[in-house]
Design a protein around this ligand. Structure first.
Ligand code: NAI
Length: 348
């Protein structure tokens, strides 16, 4: 049995977590969950958005499954998701997006994996208010081309992190029998930062001659993805572009409700649904559990439980293809979270 830290999260988090626990148990996944809190629920019950106990559980188990977390409104709160990624150096955000029969979308044959660098770029949180001491220094350094009334954010890109995410993308491609890695940035404008990202990727690409390597400017990539998503395989990007493009590609396969995700480091990983806590439907037994379930499936594969993951995938495909026992976001005539859960268990 493998012990996994389970963070149900906020809003619909507890409902979809319950569903996933039932399905994993019926699939005989050799997993035991240790529950821990984070987010609004943790703030209410333990007085902290990200309690020490939760961090210690993750540190000990080295693997976590996380539901969505409500970001409290107001200044002074750091995103829990960003904090976890940076604290445990979960440098790779991996999101596989595949068209599935029974999920409405404009395309039928999308099979794209977005690999996003998770620890640096504009997400470092190094920002300066307009007129602050730092903004003044930067204004001076730019010979006044950055005016004093500018707020400033630092985009930090390192060769080390760029090579690391590049190697992750190529290794992923190799391991999963994928043929092509496309790096994307805006190196024609951000010649140093995005230029360094491309340079680092080119260096790594030379180590994998069996895998095609391409570069597409990020604006062009948006257009090409919408026109011909089937031309793309593995995409690799720095943090911000990866964040934006992940949602774009999710839209090509039917939206965030059905998109799994993982944040992976050298010896630790947290798997998470990519949608939010959906406060509008929380507590109503309406939430689609597939985002978290597909993330749990990625976790099973990561743990080497390929057969169990494949059984769950087949059960999901059966239920989706039938189309009746799915939640209302997929079919307005559909059923509740609990009924969809039962249908998946029956198909198992
Ligand atoms: P959201 O993803 O929670 O909801 C957007 C729309 O999608 C809503 O209509 C919702 O009902 C629907 N939806 C989302 N997940 C669904 C599911 N599993 N089944 C059926 N319908 C689903 O995004 P929103 O409203 O922008 O954010 C709500 C809260 O979630 C905010 O506090 C936000 O910061 C947080 N959030 C957390 C994330 C995370 O923890 N990974 C990611 C995105 C947002």
């Amino acid at each position: 049995m493998r012990l996994v830290t389970l963070i149900p999260g906020d809003g619909i988090g507890p409902e979809i977590t319950e569903s996933v626990k039932e399905i994993l148990s019926s699939a005989r996944a050799p997993i035991e969950f240790e529950e821990a809190q984070a987010g609004e629920t943790a703030l209410k019950t333990e007085g902290d958005l990200l309690p020490l106990k939760t961090l210690q559980s993750l540190e000990k188990n080295k693997i976590g499954l996380k539901g969505p977390i409500t970001t409290p409104i107001g200044k002074g709160f750091r995103s829990i998701n960003v904090s976890l990624r940076q604290k445990f150096n979960l440098y790779a955000c991996v999101r596989p997006y595949k068209s599935m029969l029974g999920i409405n979308s404009r395309y039928e044959n999308v099979d794209i994996v977005v690999v996003r660098e998770n620890t640096e770029d504009l997400y470092k949180g190094v920002e300066f208010e307009a007129n602050s001491e730092e903004a003044r220094v930067i204004s001076k350094l730019s010979n006044g081309s950055v005016s004093l009334d500018s707020a400033i954010s630092i985009k930090a890109i390192t060769a080390r992190a760029s090579e690391k995410i590049g190697r992750y993308a190529f290794e992923y491609a190799k391991k999963h029998g994928r043929k092509k890695v496309t790096a994307s940035a805006k190196a024609n404008i951000m010649k140093f930062t995005d230029g360094l990202f491309y340079d680092s990727l080119r260096k790594v690409a030379k180590e994998y001659p069996e895998i095609e390597y391409h570069e597409v400017l990020v604006d062009a990539l948006c257009m090409k993805l919408v026109q011909n998503p089937e031309h793309f395989d593995v995409l690799v990007m720095s943090n911000l572009y990866g964040d934006l493009l992940s949602d774009l590609v999710a839209g090509l396969v039917g939206g965030l409700g059905v998109a799994p995700g993982a944040n992976i480091g050298d010896n630790m990983a947290i798997f998470e649904a990519t949608h939010g806590s959906a406060p509008d439907i929380a507590g109503k037994d309406l939430a689609n559990p597939l985002g978290l379930l597909l993330s749990a499936n990625m976790m099973l594969e990561y743990l080497g439980e390929k057969q169990i993951a494949s059984n769950i995938t087949k059960a999901i495909e059966t239920v989706l293809a039938d189309g009746k026992f799915v939640t209302k976001d997929l079919n307005p005539e559909g059923v509740t979270t609990s009924q969809m859960t039962k249908a998946i268990i029956k198909a198992l």
